[in-house]
Write a protein that binds this ligand. Structure first.
Ligand SMILES: [Zn+2]
Length: 496
């Protein structure tokens, strides 16, 4: 009995919140106090979404509010219920045909969006929408019909078009690179062994046409590249391969098999039991990995240490969700190896650099890729081939220092010195400058005017796609700002 009670207590003992989880809840509370009733909380994969959702549920319970938690598919119901029970929430009902946990009297309900779309919606005060970037019609209809109900959306990638038409506010309490630095996510190394020619591939609804893409990626040489690179570089790590379509996935699986590499296969028709079997086979080493067709982007908890991207995409959502599968930390895992055969990194940059401060409306211009925005892109290290950040003088993987082609170049008859690290400003540089400008602006009560002028003076453009997040300025920034003020007063004196 003592032992049993001990086990019971352990299972429900609440773990302390991590700082970013605490921050997420604080920011959520602040948004609600400010009167927002449709709030999206962006949490990178691995940030502990279940834990945060559990806190939201407990908060609702404490205040006597009814809450409905929606999941994107029926297959996710049971694992969601189990996860909440693991957080000590047992008083919940499930809305799904004949489910043993059906209990309409429970103040907390877990429901799949499919089931909800066939039923009268439950009476509730709060709806938490998991994977809200999928923009379920039943949910948006519900939002329109129930102005008094509070909706909280959860997503790792809330960048779908039209989100701003239903949701008021986006909260981004923590970034992926911060979780990597804190050891909560695994670091990664990227190699880009192939460069498929996608010039002739049509763009449909913002991404590459699947059929044409499969024709390009199914090229024998490209498939052989995938196999050879994996044999050479993977160190036989448990691997997820992302393929374009079923035929392409089967082709990759076959060619790997010919090289004595057994990988499983998974698509939308592979049921939950089969999937679990595949992961178990991989965990015990019977399978080297799993080739999948975009189906393993969510809800995978397996220990994956290598990601093979054989599916080119322009979608930052698909890109981030795919790579997110390999970033769970595990014992003995130093990093995740990413073999990008799809040129996704030279189109979208590193996943850690993708960030938006605002939700996209239906009529907003389509989000441009990092490359289309003219941002500096990752470059291959000449020594080890790893993709390194733009402007990195020294390779973070092997320490190789690339010789600069010329320290001095002639521009407009003038000698211009090129100092290392003074390349084109990255999005992060611009955001950092903008945040500090906002801070100084705020202190002087200039309502953003001064920040905009400072920014334009520095980058010769107006701030665009940047977050309104004031940050304390560095001494360098302050002395820059001071020099601008001096210059301004001098100009005025001269003019007078
Ligand atoms: Zn290197």
């Amino acid at each position: 009995m003592t032992l049993l009670r001990h086990l019971w207590a352990d299972a429900t003992e609440p773990r302390p919140l991590r700082p970013h989880q605490d921050l997420a809840l604080q920011e959520l509370r602040r948004a609600l106090v400010e009167g927002c009733s449709r709030v999206v909380l962006q949490l990178p994969t691995g940030a502990g979404k279940t834990r945060i959702a559990a806190e939201i549920i407990k908060g609702a319970q404490a205040k006597g509010n009814r809450l409905c938690f929606t999941v994107p598919s029926i297959s996710l119901i049971d694992q969601t219920v189990a996860a909440f029970e693991g957080e000590g929430i047992f008083d919940l009902g499930v809305i799904q045909a004949n489910h043993p946990r059906t209990h309409y009297g429970m103040p907390v309900q877990v429901a799949s969006v499919q089931t909800l779309s066939r039923r009268t919606l439950p009476k509730t005060d709060i709806v938490v929408v998991d994977e809200c970037h999928m923009r379920f019609k039943v949910v948006t209809d519900w939002m329109t019909a129930s102005p008094d109900v509070l909706f909280i959306g959860l997503s790792a990638t809330p960048w779908a078009k039209g989100m701003a038409n239903h949701w008021q506010k986006l909260i981004t309490p923590v970034r992926m690179h911060e979780l990597i630095n804190a050891g909560i996510l695994s670091p990664f190394r990227v190699f880009a062994p192939s460069h498929p020619d996608l010039a002739g591939v049509r763009i449909v609804a913002g991404d590459y046409d699947e059929g044409q893409l499969a024709a390009v990626m199914g090229d024998n040489q490209l498939v052989a590249d995938v196999v050879e690179t994996w044999l050479r570089q993977s160190e036989r790590r448990p691997t997820l391969v992302f393929a374009v379509n079923r035929a392409h996935a089967r082709q990759l699986q076959r060619q790997l098999f010919r090289a004595d590499v057994a990988m499983g296969y998974c698509d939308a028709n592979t049921d939950r039991v089969e999937r679990q079997l595949l992961f178990a086979e991989m965990a015990c080493g019977n399978l080297a990995g799993i080739v999948n067709v975009g189906t393993l982007t969510t809800g995978v908890d397996a220990d994956i240490r290598c990601i093979v991207m054989a599916r080119p995409t322009k979608s930052e959502m698909l890109f981030v969700q795919s790579i997110g599968r390999g970033l769970r930390p595990a014992e003995g895992k130093a990093d995740c190896l990413i073999l990008d055969h799809a040129d996704n990194h030279s189109r979208l940059g590193f996943v850690t650099d993708i960030h938006y401060a605002n939700l996209q409306g239906k009529k907003d211009k389509p989000l441009r890729t990092r490359k289309e925005r003219g941002e500096p892109m990752p470059k291959e290290c000449l020594a080890c081939g790893v993709l390194k950040p733009p402007n990195a003088a020294v390779c973070p993987a092997c320490g190789f220092k690339a010789e600069r082609q010329s320290e001095v170049r002639v521009a407009e008859g003038e000698l211009v010195e090129r100092r290392p690290g003074k390349g084109k400003a990255t999005f992060e540089d611009k955001q950092a400058f903008w945040s500090m400008a906002l801070f100084v602006d705020g202190q002087r009560g200039k309502n953003g005017k001064m920040a905009k002028a400072l920014y334009r003076g520095k980058f010769k453009e107006w701030p665009r796609d940047l977050a309104w997040e004031p940050k304390e300025p560095t001494p360098e920034f302050l002395s820059y700002e001071y020099s601008r003020r001096i210059a301004y007063h001098k100009r005025r004196e001269n003019a007078a």
